[in-house]
Design a protein around this ligand. Structure first.
Ligand SMILES: CC(=O)SCCNC(=O)CCNC(=O)[C@H](O)C(C)(C)COP(=O)(O)OP(=O)(O)OC[C@H]1O[C@@H](n2cnc3c(N)ncnc32)[C@H](O)[C@@H]1OP(=O)(O)O
Ligand SMILES: CC(C)C(=O)C(=O)O
Ligand SMILES: [Mg+2]
Length: 514
């Protein structure tokens, strides 16, 4: 296995994401986590760009000792001097010098001829070499540069003292085949190329940053630059967690390994998302919220039988505690049964069937059915004595308006199987509902307590109601859940009455047995 170095530029190129602005202490926290993650090199910033960046790079270089700390500089003496002041306390001071080599950058941005670009690069590498033992030189916009020109300038900067040559796909323009071929050409053409390490640095404008990086590795690159979560200028940089996990998972095919502690990926990703405010999309590879979640019944059934059916990465590998079987509209019976077992509740096959039916009905109304929702359904079924005849809500309607008297119409099935219906008013809709129900029930009822709560979050959360009733002088508690608060209230009220009826019937049964 050849060792591929991971060069993290979250704190420099990552911070170049529009809207991201990290202060010195936030950068230090990220640097410490990158050290725990085991990156080989971290680019802490661009010291000449601002006083704040200078201070952050200095603090990181003085603090982080197990990872090589570097910083960016243009090919000017003052940028190099400023970088030295920030980096001189580092365990292994390392500079990243860059100058663009593409015709469009040289002509329109730098206003320099190719000869001037060669001369300035060589002179500044020599100047920096007086201070820095390690110098990476980058040909900015390498992928839109002339390859012969690249070969010429690379040979000269190596002679001047560069130790790493980086060929960035600055604008995310390249493709895997082309990017790989460019490195192959440089390795074949530049006579002193063996004196340096080759590095790749990819942007994601065409969504190929990770694929391009892997292709570069296949073509002799030993250092991959990128950021955690793929943040960076425009569409971002290559996501380092994706590169490292791809090499690990496909080690059957690729003879490369990185030194990353992969189980620190989740923690690193979370920290960077939080501090930069750039949250990771749910379907992001390796680290997105859905990367280890399965929703469809066939997948869930497969994963329950053997996780490898649909998971090529184990969540634990990257520090995610476990996979999730997301219970929703597309789920099947196997996953539902598994969830019931997870709650430690035993249900008969009949009860599971009933609960699954109610769950499926709920998924038609709710986008996300939460554990709380399922628990509520299960407990309703579990605690319901279905063999006993009792009251059942058939239909109800509540009329409520700011200038009308609240009126409820309810249709109930009584324990002897008849349907009764009536309408009553009340001061509010729940009172109108309860007045109507109690007028249909022969027992003497008095409401002692009433509560309504939402189960789970969101506007489509289940409503759960708890009531306490005096039924013929006996205190009974009732509970009911439904998508709607009024229906949950009706269910809770009827549930308290039914509990009384069940209790009476079991007393009678005991007397018969005696
Ligand atoms: C591909 C990349 O990611 S490159 C890194 C990009 N990062 C940044 O730009 C970091 C934030 N930048 C900044 O804060 C500012 O741009 C600074 C402080 C660096 C420079 O600010 P200013 O002096 O106001 O210059 P400005 O940014 O407008 O223009 C850049 C200048 O640098 C020159 N330049 C660009 N790259 C290089 C280079 N590698 N070496 C030397 N000079 C360079 C440009 O030609 C231009 O020069 P000019 O002023 O003579 O026309
Ligand atoms: C400074 C260089 C390496 C860069 O970030 C790029 O070219 O994308
Ligand atoms: Mg870049």
């Amino acid at each position: 296995m050849s060792r591929i170095k991971i060069y993290d530029t979250t704190l420099r190129d990552g911070e170049q994401s529009p809207g991201v602005n990290l202060n010195k202490l936030e950068k230090l926290e990220i640097a410490k986590q990158l050290e725990r993650l085991g990156v080989d090199i971290m680019e802490a910033g661009f010291p000449a760009s601002s006083e704040g960046d200078f201070k952050a790079v200095k603090l990181i270089a003085d603090t982080i000792k197990d990872t090589s700390v570097t910083a960016l500089a243009r090919t000017t003496k003052s940028d190099i001097d400023t970088a030295w002041e920030a980096l001189k306390g580092a365990a292994e001071p390392r500079l990243h010098l860059f100058l663009a080599t593409s015709p469009i950058h040289m002509k329109y941005k730098l206003l320099m001829t190719p000869e001037q670009v060669v001369e300035q690069s060589v002179n500044m590498v020599k100047y920096a070499k007086q201070k820095f033992p390690q110098i990476e030189w980058s040909a900015e916009d390498a992928t839109r540069s002339d390859w012969d020109f690249l070969a010429q300038i690379i040979e000269k900067v190596i002679d001047a003292g560069a130790t790493v040559i980086n060929l960035p796909d600055t604008t995310g323009y390249s493709t895997p085949a082309e990017y790989g071929r460019m490195f192959h050409f440089i390795r074949e053409t530049v006579p002193n190329i063996d004196k340096v390490s080759l590095s790749c640095h990819c942007h994601n404008d065409l969504g190929m940053a990770v694929a391009n990086s892997i292709s570069a590795v296949e073509n002799g690159v030993t250092q991959v630059e990128g950021t955690i979560n793929g943040i960076g200028e425009r569409a971002g940089n290559a996501a380092l967690e994706e590169v490292a996990v791809a090499l690990k998972i496909r080690s059957d095919f690729y003879p490369y390994e990185t030194g990353l502690k992969l189980n620190e990926i989740k923690r690193s990703s979370d920290l960077i998302a939080k501090l930069t405010g750039m949250y990771v999309q749910a379907n992001k590879a390796v680290i997105g919220r859905n990367a280890y979640a399965h929703e469809s019944g066939i997948h869930q059934d497969g994963v329950l039988k053997n996780t490898e059916t649909y998971e090529i990465i184990t969540p634990e590998l990257v520090g995610v505690s476990s996979n999730t079987l997301f219970l929703g509209k597309h789920s099947g019976r196997h996953a539902f049964k598994d969830k019931v077992l997870e709650f430690g509740i035993e249900l008969t096959d009949e009860q599971i069937k009933d609960a699954f039916k109610q769950f499926k009905q709920l998924t038609d109304h709710k986008k996300e059915v939460t554990d709380d929702d399922i628990y509520t359904i299960i407990m309703e079924i579990k605690t319901e004595a279905s063999a006993v005849s009792k009251y059942q809500l058939e239909t109800f309607q509540v009329h409520y308006g700011s200038s009308d008297i609240p009126t409820a119409t309810v249709s109930l099935q009584t324990p002897d199987g008849n349907t009764v219906q009536t309408a009553r008013t009340g001061k509010g809709s729940v009172e109108a509902l309860y007045n109507t129900i109690s007028s249909l029930i022969s027992e003497e009822l008095k409401l002692l307590d009433y509560q309504i709560n939402s189960v789970g979050g969101g506007k489509d959360a289940l409503a759960e109601s708890h009531v306490q009733l005096s039924v013929n002088g006996e205190i009974m508690n009732g509970r009911g859940a439904a998508q709607d608060v009024i229906e949950a209230s009706a269910n809770a009220y009827i549930n308290a009455v039914n509990r009384y009826i069940i209790k009476q019937q079991s007393v009678k049964q005991k007397e018969v047995v005696k």
